[in-house]
Design a binder for this molecule. Sequence first.
Ligand SMILES: Cc1cc2nc3c(=O)[nH]c(=O)nc-3n(C[C@H](O)[C@H](O)[C@H](O)COP(=O)(O)OP(=O)(O)OC[C@H]3O[C@@H](n4cnc5c(N)ncnc54)[C@H](O)[C@@H]3O)c2cc1C
Length: 502
Amino acid sequence: MAAAVDPERSEWDVIVLGGAAAGENAAQYAAQFSGLESVIVEAELVGGECSYWACMPSKGLLRPVEVLNTARHLPGVAALVGDNGIDVDAVLDRRDAIVNNLSDDSQVKWALDTGIGVVRGYGRLTGERTVAVTKPDGSVRTITARHAVVVDTGSRASVPDIPGLRAAHPWISRDVTHLREVPRRVAVLGGGVVACEAATWLRGLGVEELSLVHRGSALLAKQEPFAGELVAAELGKSGVDLLLGRKVVAVRREKAAETGVGRVHGGPATLTLDDGTELTVDEIVVALGRVPASDDIGLPAVGLPDGGYLDVDDQQRVKGVPGEWLYAIGDVCGRALLTHMGKYQARIAGEVIASRANGGGASGGFAAELSTAQGHRAVPQVTFTDPEVASVGLTEHGAREAGIDVETVEYDMAALAGTYLLREEYTGRAKLVIDRASDTLVGATFVGSGVADLLHSATVAVVGRVPVAALWHAVPSYPTPSEIWLRLLETLNRQRRLGADA
Ligand SMILES: Cc1cc2nc3c(=O)[nH]c(=O)nc-3n(C[C@H](O)[C@H](O)[C@H](O)COP(=O)(O)OP(=O)(O)OC[C@H]3O[C@@H](n4cnc5c(N)ncnc54)[C@H](O)[C@@H]3O)c2cc1C
């Protein structure tokens, strides 16, 4: 346990503005071996959106839905489950336990035990290395950093300016992850990760009429096309009405009310779509993207425009601010809106700050090269739908757009002994994107039940630039879903020797 820190002091080596998981990592990595002292300034809960409102509660809601669905497709267990639905109260109780009933005591304890200070309040930059914190009692206190300030203020749900939408008090991500009651009829707006995951758990928890309205023609449009197609097919089978290629143009809700997070926000709402169709629901879920939380953190005081994503270099230093003291990590820098990527940026930024403060350059520490460039070539992401979508690096389209000459190989995940054992009616697909010049992977996508754990092998292959020929010597265990690697290599080999139609 580190020595106790005095939270009332006014000078620190490193100030982290926003105490999400990434901020905790930055504070820790800057201080742990350097002798520097860091402090976290947090306006709400130490641990941030992911711990309490996003990743953790959403995955807590999805897991029972997945287990029940798997059980329904597993002879010997299916009959035990029968037509029983989810025990909603038990699922919501477990969700509440997963988010520690919105108490950050354990994370604050971790910070203090690690020697990191915690200051409660809302911080704004007021000048070079200086932050004014408005404390919960309204008083303002100014703290300064000897070396660096790291911005980790995250993002907020975006509610677009559709006539009547904001006045209808729709649910945003915080409501749908913290639902306290299950509305009978719901419209989910959006076609990305949050929309697809939310539709999965809402239907699983018992929403009777669920429509998903998305202006694009495909779900999960940033992924390989088959990912969105397979997820759409399963959502459709589960009874979700997919209204693709449609937009909401107006919303009416006469009895909209602020009833609290996760409670139905008033009476029925009627949505008008661009083709004139009307849809009446008990709740609307807006999952239409995020905006950076940077519009009220004092950016003009350090010469930056208010709002927008903070543009950073590969050591996470904010561009356009002289003196190399301002860093940004996580959603607010807009590089990849994922917790694990924010934490990766934080580890590098923390090491860079420690190294520079002790007279070193931006090298040394735990990594040969203190740069986030490599990791950003291979961003891994799992969408916890049914089937799951796990991807890393570039899609075929993305690679071609980047000017890379690629070849691809695909295989049916259902045609493996390892997936046949998992459940019946397994659906899935896998694809590798290979840079012809170096014969290394630049991207991989796996779709299917239980594919999340396959992803890290692909991430290692992409980051490590492992030659395809070397992958033949990485023997997958039988019978597991990882046999997909062998099937993909065999198919690629056949394609190469006999032509693409082999
Ligand atoms: C429903 C949902 C599910 C998701 N699931 C996943 C998932 O499974 N895996 C994954 O990797 N990502 C997931 N994400 C994305 C993930 O939640 C975000 O990428 C992540 O939370 C961003 O972390 P961050 O460090 O940028 O800050 P945030 O988690 O956004 O936290 C920022 C913190 O800063 C504080 N703050 C803001 N302004 C100030 C200020 N001026 N002064 C003091 N404190 C301030 C806030 O109170 C907050 O605690 C999900 C997102 C959503 C919406």
